[in-house]
Design a protein around this ligand. Structure first.
Ligand code: ATP
Ligand code: MG
Length: 652
C-alpha cells in the first residue's frame, strides 16, 4: 500500500440490492435502533448495562480501566463464575429440562443433553480436574473431536478457574506440542478419536507423541468415542472411569473479572503461533450480548447451530460461551458436510428444526457448487436467521444463501470479528438493518470502528483503507500469552492509539462497511491498490464460477498483474474463449484496471484448516516459485493437484 497519490484501497464494486427486515421479524427483534443511540450517548454506561445480563457475585467498581493502555481491564473489581453463568443459573431459573445440546455424530448416532445433565457433567468434570491437582490459573490443553465433552471440558476448566487452550483436533504433533509448551500446560484432555469423512480418525496417538516432548504434562484425560485401539501410559485416564464416577455436586468459586479464561492460538499462517489471551467478565459480557443481539436469540424457541469447530474462536464464542450464557438450545455436529452424503447439513436442519444457522463462506460456496437441488430436498422452513463468518462473503454467495437456504426471507448477518476481538464487532442487526449482499455493514452498538488511510485519517464515504478499532471493547484480547511486547508491536504500532486488525475495508456511499481481505494480500496494479475480495466477488458473480481466489504476481509492466484461480460451478469449461469471457466479465464489473492478466481453472483451492483461502501459496504458483510453508494447509497435497491440473487462459 505504498502509493500515496492514489486511494489507499480502491473502491470498485457497486451493490444496489438491499433487503429490509420483514415487519414481523423487526417487531419482535431483541435489539432495535435505540441501542445505537444509547451506546453513542454513553458507551461505558451501555456496556455497564450489558454486563448486568450476567450473574456476578460481586459487582464491579469501574466499567473500564484503560490507564495502562493497550492493556485493558473491564468491570474492574467484579467477580463471577463463567461456568455458573453458562449452566447453573439456567437450572436455578427452572430451565433444567431444556435441551442445551442436540449432538449429532457423523455416523448418525445422536445425544440430547439438557441443562440439568450438562450441569451434572460439568460438575463431575470439575471435581475430576481438581482431583488431578488442577488449580485456578493452571493451563489445560483440550484436543478433541466435536463431541459434547469438548464443551464440557472447557466449562469444567472455567468453573475451577483453570485456563483452557483448545487446540484444533486436526493439528499435528508439532503444532500440539508447541502449544502445550508455550502455555506450560499441566494436563491434556483428548479422545481416542472422532469420526470424520466416514471413518474414525485418531487423536490419542498425536497426543502421545506430543506429551513425550512436554514434561509439564502430568495427566491425560481420554474420552472414548471411536473405541479404536490406543496405546496407554501411566499418565492416561479414561473419562468414563474418572469423570463418570465423580460427584455431580460442585460449589463454584468466584473469580475476578480479569481472571484468565482461555488462550487460543490464531491459525498462524506464518511464524510462531500467537497465544491470544481472553479473560472472564468482559469476554462473557460481549459474547452474551452479541449472541442476543446479532442472532436475535430467543432461548425458549430457537434452535441455534454454529457449524464451526470448537478449536476456533467461533466455536468458543458461539457454541460455548455466548449461546450457553443465554440458555440457548443448540445443535453440535461432529463431522463433515458431505458424509455420508452432500445433504448432511440440510438433513440436520430439518431433523432438529434449526432456526438460526451460522456458517462460513467457504461452506456456502461449496454448497453452491454442489447444486441447488441438494438443499431443495429438505424442509428448511424452520430457518429464520442466517449468519456468515470467517471471510468476506461474495455477494453472489450471499444471494444464494438467502434464496436457497433462507427461503428468500431469512435475514443474513455477515459478522466480522477475529480471535483477537473475542466476539462480533461489525454486523447488521437483523431486525433493524436493511441488509446488503456482501457487506458486514455497521459496527455494533458500543463498538467504534474506523477505516483510515496511511496517515490514520478517516476515509470518507466511497473510500478504502485500513480497518481500525478506536476504543477498547469488553471482549478484546488482553495480550499475547507471555509476550507483552509482541502484543503491542502486532496490534498497536501501525497507528498511534488505534488497534489495527490487519484487514482492509471500504465505506460505501451509505456509510456501510465492506471487508476487503487482508492488507498483505492487496494487489498493486499500475499504482492502484486493488483488493482480492472485489475481484473474487466479480468472478463469483459470473454464473459459471463457484469460487475464486486472486493474487498479485509481479509483472514487468504493471508492477503486479492479477492472476485468478477459479473453481467452476458445474461442468468446467477451460476453453480460451471462456477464460477470456471471465476476464472481460471482471473488467466490465469493476473497470479495466481490475482485469485479470490470467485466469486458471482449478478443482480446488488451498485452504487453512478453518477454511480460509491461502493466497500466499497461490502467489508462489503464479510467480512460479518454490512453495512456501504448507504445514497449516488443510490438505497438503492440494498444491500439487492444483499445479498438475492447471489450465491457463490469458490472451495478452
Ligand atoms: P491468523 O491471524 O493466524 O492468520 P486468522 O486471521 O485466519 O488467522 P481468525 O481470527 O479466525 O484467524 O480470523 C479473523 C480474520 O478472518 C479477520 O481478520 C478477517 O480477515 C477474516 N474475517 C472474519 N470474519 C469476516 C467477515 N465477516 N468478513 C470478512 N472477513 C472476515
Ligand atoms: Mg488474524
Amino acid at each position: 500500500m505504498a502509493d500515496k497519490n492514489k486511494d489507499t484501497l480502491a473502491n470498485l464494486l457497486n451493490e444496489d440490492r438491499s433487503f429490509p427486515p420483514h415487519a414481523d421479524f423487526a417487531a419482535a427483534a431483541n435489539v432495535k435502533a435505540d441501542a445505537y443511540e444509547e451506546a453513542k450517548n454513553d458507551r461505558l454506561a451501555f456496556w455497564d448495562k450489558q454486563a448486568q445480563r450476567l450473574d456476578w457475585t460481586k459487582k464491579w467498581d469501574r466499567v473500564l480501566d484503560w490507564s495502562n493502555a493497550p492493556f485493558a481491564e473491564w468491570f474492574v473489581g467484579g467477580e463471577l463464575n463463567v461456568a455458573y453463568n453458562c449452566v447453573d443459573r439456567h437450572v436455578e431459573a427452572g430451565n433444567g429440562d431444556r435441551v442445551a445440546l442436540y449432538w449429532e455424530g457423523e455416523p448418525g448416532d445422536d445425544r440430547r443433553i439438557t441443562y440439568n445433565e450438562l450441569s451434572a457433567e460439568v460438575n463431575r468434570a470439575a471435581n475430576t480436574l481438581t482431583d488431578f491437582g488442577i488449580e485456578a490459573g493452571d493451563r489445560v490443553v483440550i484436543y478433541m473431536p466435536m463431541v459434547p465433552e469438548a464443551a464440557i471440558a472447557m466449562l469444567a476448566c472455567a468453573r475451577i478457574g483453570a485456563v483452557h487452550s483448545v487446540v484444533f483436533g486436526g493439528f499435528s504433533v508439532d503444532a500440539l506440542s508447541d502449544r502445550i509448551q508455550d502455555a506450560g500446560a499441566k494436563m491434556v484432555i483428548t479422545a481416542d478419536g472422532g469420526f470424520r469423512k466416514g471413518k474414525p480418525s485418531g487423536l490419542k496417538e498425536t497426543v502421545d507423541a506430543a506429551v513425550e516432548r512436554c514434561d509439564t504434562i502430568e495427566n491425560v484425560l481420554v474420552v472414548q468415542r471411536t473405541k479404536q485401539d490406543v496405546a496407554w501410559t501411566s499418565k492416561d485416564h479414561w473419562w468414563h472411569e474418572t469423570v463418570s464416577n465423580a460427584s455431580s455436586e460442585h460449589q463454584p468459586k468466584s473469580f475476578d473479572s480479569e481472571h484468565p479464561l482461555f488462550i487460543l492460538y490464531t491459525s498462524g499462517t506464518t511464524g510462531k503461533p500467537k497465544g491470544i489471551l481472553h479473560t472472564s467478565g468482559g469476554y462473557l459480557t460481549q459474547t452474551s450480548y452479541t449472541h442476543h443481539a446479532v442472532f436475535d436469540a430467543k432461548p425458549d424457541s430457537d434452535v441455534f447451530w454454529c457449524t464451526a469447530d470448537v478449536g476456533w474462536v467461533t466455536g468458543h464464542s458461539y457454541i460455548v460461551y455466548g449461546p450457553l450464557s443465554n440458555g440457548a438450545t443448540q445443535v453440535m455436529y461432529e463431522g463433515t458436510p458431505d458424509t455420508p452424503h452432500k445433504g448432511r447439513f440440510w438433513e440436520i436442519v430439518d431433523k432438529y428444526k434449526v432456526t438460526t444457522l451460522y456458517a462460513a463462506p467457504t461452506a456456502i460456496r461449496t454448497f453452491m457448487k454442489w447444486g441447488d437441488d441438494i438443499p431443495a430436498q429438505y424442509d428448511l422452513s424452520s430457518l429464520r436467521l442466517l449468519g456468515s463468518v470467517g471471510e468476506p462473503i461474495n455477494p453472489e454467495a450471499w444471494m444464494w444463501y438467502r434464496e436457497k437456504i433462507g427461503g428468500g426471507t431469512a435475514p443474513i448477518v455477515d459478522t466480522w470479528w477475529q480471535t483477537e476481538t473475542g466476539s462480533i464487532m461489525i454486523s447488521p442487526l437483523p431486525g433493524e438493518t436493511a441488509t446488503k449482499p456482501g457487506s458486514a455493514q455497521v459496527p455494533l452498538p458500543g463498538i467504534s470502528i474506523d477505516v483510515v488511510d496511511d496517515d490514520a485519517k478517516s476515509v470518507g464515504a466511497g473510500g478504502g483503507g485500513f480497518l481500525t478499532i478506536g476504543e477498547p471493547w469488553p471482549s478484546m484480547l488482553r495480550g499475547i500469552w507471555g509476550d507483552d511486547e509482541r502484543y503491542k508491536k502486532t496490534y498497536w504500532s501501525r497507528f498511534e492509539n488505534l488497534y489495527f486488525a490487519g484487514d482492509g475495508a471500504k465505506r460505501d456511499d451509505d456509510g456501510d462497511l465492506w471487508l476487503l481481505g487482508r492488507v498483505d494480500d492487496v494487489m498493486l496494479v499500475s499504482g492502484h491498490n486493488i483488493s482480492t475480495t472485489e475481484v473474487e466477488s466479480a468472478l463469483v458473480s459470473h454464473e459459471t464460477v463457484a469460487e475464486a481466489a486472486v493474487v498479485g504476481a509481479s509483472d514487468p509492466v504493471t508492477g503486479q498483474g492479477i492472476v485468478a484461480f477459479v473453481i467452476p460451478r458445474g461442468e468446467a469449461d477451460s476453453s480460451p474463449e471462456h477464460l477470456s469471457e471471465l476476464r472481460n466479465h471482471v473488467a466490465q464489473t469493476l473497470g479495466p484496471i481490475a482485469k485479470p492478466r490470467q485466469v486458471m481453472m482449478v478443482g480446488e483451492l488451498p485452504k487453512t484448516r478453518s477454511g480460509k483461502i491461502m493466497r500466499r501459496l497461490l502467489r508462489d504458483i503464479a510467480e512460479d516459485r518454490e512453495l512456501g510453508d504448507v504445514t497449516t494447509l488443510q490438505d497438503s497435497s492440494v498444491m500439487s493437484r492444483i499445479k498438475e491440473g492447471l489450465s491457463t487462459g490469458s490472451d495478452e
